[in-house]
Ligand binder design. Structure first.
Ligand code: MN
Length: 202
């Protein structure tokens, strides 16, 4: 069974004015679609065919660049679409809020540190909030389409929140203003899904 491009669950213009419709459409139908197709091509007729994406990434040969780049791109964007919502659903609460306060003191400090991770990732990559076994959370970032599920990448936890900081994610609307894009992200984040990710992964 080949990997399939997932539906967004909302329209391309649903995240306006924070994430513009044209960027969302290109990001989904061109970038994510290409990662999906190229991943399927890269694993066809290899032992990886038929494995789940997390299994593939966890056991990845980091010298296998086609699977590293496209498998990462496939997984990372799946998560990204899921944690976005036009109504900025939910609010940080419960065990995840506690874990964030334990690690960073407050939600506000966490947001500052996460934004700093997104801003200091030079070139293309992702900023992550990850959870370690036992529930401790940690911010990290990674280059290109790498993610902390892959061997030796980032803080090595399970990602529960990821922000795409490739220019393709924001350039049409924000040009070089990555900071404005990162600030806008909080307005379209679905905390309910992030909390759900935390509860499943901790
Ligand atoms: Mn992207």
């Amino acid at each position: 069974m080949a990997f399939e491009l997932p539906a967004l669950g909302y329209s391309y213009d649903a995240l306006e004015p924070h994430f513009d419709a044209r960027t969302m459409e290109i990001h989904h139908t061109k970038h994510h679609a290409a990662y999906t197709t190229n991943l399927n091509n890269a694993i066809a007729n290899t032992p990886l065919e038929g494995q789940g994406i997390k299994e593939i990434l966890k056991n990845l040969d980091m010298n296998n660049n086609p699977v590293r780049n496209n498998g990462g791109g496939y997984y990372n964007h799946n998560m990204f679409w899921q944690i976005l919502h036009p109504e900025n659903k939910g609010r940080l609460s419960g065990p995840l809020l506690q874990a964030i306060e334990d690690a960073y003191g407050s939600k506000e400090t966490f947001m500052e540190k996460f934004a700093a991770a997104a801003m200091t990732r030079f070139g293309s990559g992702w900023a992550w909030l990850c959870v370690h076994p036992g529930g401790k959370v940690e911010i990290c970032s990674s280059a290109n389409q790498d993610n902390p599920i892959m061997p030796g990448i980032g803080c090595g936890g399970t990602p529960i929140l990821g922000l795409d900081v490739w220019e393709h994610a924001y350039y049409l609307h924000y040009q070089n203003r990555r900071a404005d894009y990162v600030a806008a992200f909080w307005n379209v984040l679905n905390w309910n899904v992030v909390e759900d990710n935390y509860n499943k992964a901790k």
